[in-house]
Design a protein. Sequence first.
Length: 371
Amino acid sequence: MKLPRNAHIWLPGYLRHAYRRRRDALAIAGPIDILLCVADHFEPGHGAPGLEIERRRVARWLREYPQLARFRDADGRPPQHTFFYPADQYRSEHLDGIGDLCRDGFGEVEVHLHHDNDTAANLRDTLTNFAHCLHDRHGLLNVDEHGRLAYAFIHGNWALDNSRPDGRWCGVNDELTVLRETGCYADFTLPSAPHACQTTTVNAIYYAVDDPDRPKSHDRGVAAAVGRHAPAESLLMIQGPLAPAWKRRHGLPMPRVENGQLDRATHPTVDRFRTWVNVGVAVEGRPEWVFIKVHTHGAPEANADVLLGDPIAAFHGAIGAEFNDGRRYRLHYVTAREMANIVRAAERGADGDPGQYRDYGMRSAAGRRAA
């Protein structure tokens, strides 16, 4: 049987993680707290459709996403959406609208970027200028415990730290350093399988230390763990679930990759959610807190049909019924910022209900009105 493309990169790491997860799961005595973050590579200009179509795409999200407020998590919060907006597609009017949606309590905005054949100096300027634009002009992004502007990041085309084998869609071997020095508090790019940019480290929350002379420094790192300090000059990496799975083609089972992608071809379902829970991405020493970061490109119409329509409504209804009983499971809808805060709370020994640590360390710069 033929394995999925590039499975040799990530499958050994998956097997090692699965063994550790089975062992660690035996230590879980109380309810499992599930932290669900939807990271949207939100690109109104995807496919270069023109300004009027971009406006209709954004307007649809502003109009329809609040309808999901009928679903609530264990903390009484509606589904949260993190809009990773691309610096290379900036339009002020789009971010004005998305900012209002976030202030109404439905999510937050972070930084996304597509670039190619870049330099460290230009990248530094791009990230710094865009972060300040989001904050100063739109009242968005986050502020760390020292009052400094901070952001989460997703790399376009998966090519974080110049990780594509052909060197395209980045060009900066010291990208992790530039990100950290310009205020990035965590990267949410991975997983990227079946693409070759995928790391050998999978299903992990870890810290990567940059080697400025080589690409893909985040291939390995130091796992986040209770009582363990982050290495000096490292960047937090929060990965989504990655696992082998099956699909049927012409009536026959065929191997595929479960990488947490949500779109017109891979709908969110309760069966997939069970897989993400069982993968068990966690901070070492706190296996009862399960971190699920899934990703999408939500702006194009066919994907918006899934993320704003019947498929997402059925999904939230099903996971609320099965994974939010308060005894075996508690479900928490979180933004990228809140997920990173909860990671750091776990590292410092916090336990119990993770929902109380959403604002641990970093706070949102945008005032939030209750949804």
